[in-house]
Write a protein that binds this ligand. Structure first.
Ligand code: C5P
Length: 291
């Protein structure tokens, strides 16, 4: 038996932060949606061991063996199965890494969340969503929202998830200017958080223009501190804004990936072609928010 999953890129449409809490984390209010592009995971049976094989265009950026979130997620599921006395075997997990590492679009978090879902199914454990959520948070603040895997408003440190506005397919372009950023370093430089009062959001978004209008009243508070660490983010935002038909450009998460919204797929694809020509060393993808 072989099971597969797509670990979709996470996009923070806005990200508002509060002050630093006593536990070191910042209170957040963030609307998160997911893109049609992502990493691919598959799992096949092994008698006992849990093994991970990584391939794909971004595999080289992952140091082999070190605190890989996929393995941590797999061991978390197995430990939970053990606590409940449930039968399980091992697993040979294959990860095809396409999303840039440490880039603000949750590649590692989405991989971990997909692993929780996959192994729950693969080992036929029947763990409920709440149990998987409990396993998700210790793996990282973005893992719960990636487990939810559709338009969501996340608050708390990231663990409180509510359904976000419904979204149609929204054409977007993602640009990563090649600089990995540590989330902790970006948060440490956050000087002017805008606070976590939730802005008014409609129940559903009709199209890209409406989404851009709603987002224009919001921000990513981490953009300024991330840009101070990686000025190339300013170049990525400027390059996105200069494209024909770009409705709004913003950084996702703690960066450095930036996204721009477009009214139609052709505009997004043309923008990606132009950007790739101008910046052959950047990671650039035309895709859709696809909830
Ligand atoms: O939870 P995660 O491992 O992704 O967090 C990495 C670091 O980012 C934390 O150690 C913390 O410094 C910072 N962070 C934060 N507030 C959050 C999420 C992350 O300050 N809500």
């Amino acid at each position: 038996m072989r099971l597969e999953a797509l670990a979709r890129a996470k996009i923070n449409l806005f990200l508002h932060a509060g002050t630093r809490r006593p536990d070191g984390y910042h209170a957040l209010a963030s609307w998160v949606a997911f893109a049609a592009t992502g990493d691919r995971l598959s799992v096949e049976a092994l008698p006992e061991d849990i093994e991970l094989q990584v391939s794909g265009p971004q595999a080289a950026a992952l140091a082999p063996g070190t605190d890989n979130l996929v393995l941590a997620a797999a061991h978390a599921v197995r430990a939970e199965a053990g606590r409940r006395g449930l039968r399980h075997g091992g697993a040979a997990i294959a990860l095809v890494k396409s999303l840039p590492v440490a880039s603000g679009i949750g590649g590692g978090s989405a991989d971990a969340a997909a692993t929780l879902h996959l192994l729950n199914e693969f080992w036929e454990l029947d763990l409920g969503f709440g149990t998987l959520m409990d396993l998700a948070l210790p793996l990282g603040s973005d893992v719960p929202v990636c487990l939810y895997n559709r338009s969501a408003v996340m608050t708390g440190r990231g663990e409180t998830i509510a359904a976000g506005p419904e979204l149609p397919a929204i054409p977007i372009v993602l640009v990563h200017p090649g600089v990995p950023l540590s989330t902790a370093n970006v948060f440490a430089r956050l000087a002017t958080p805008s606070g976590i009062a939730l802005p008014n959001l409609p129940e559903a978004i009709a199209d890209s223009r409406q989404l851009a209008a709603v987002l224009a009243r919001t921000a990513n508070d981490l953009e300024a501190p991330a840009m101070a660490l990686a000025p190339a983010i300013g170049d990525a935002l400027a390059a996105l804004r200069a494209q024909d038909g770009a409705l709004l450009a913003r950084m996702s998460g703690s960066g450095a990936t930036c996204f721009a919204l477009f009214a139609d797929d052709a505009a997004a694809q043309n923008a990606a072609i132009a950007l790739k020509r101008a910046r052959p060393n950047w990671w650039i993808a035309a895709t859709r928010l696809d909830c």
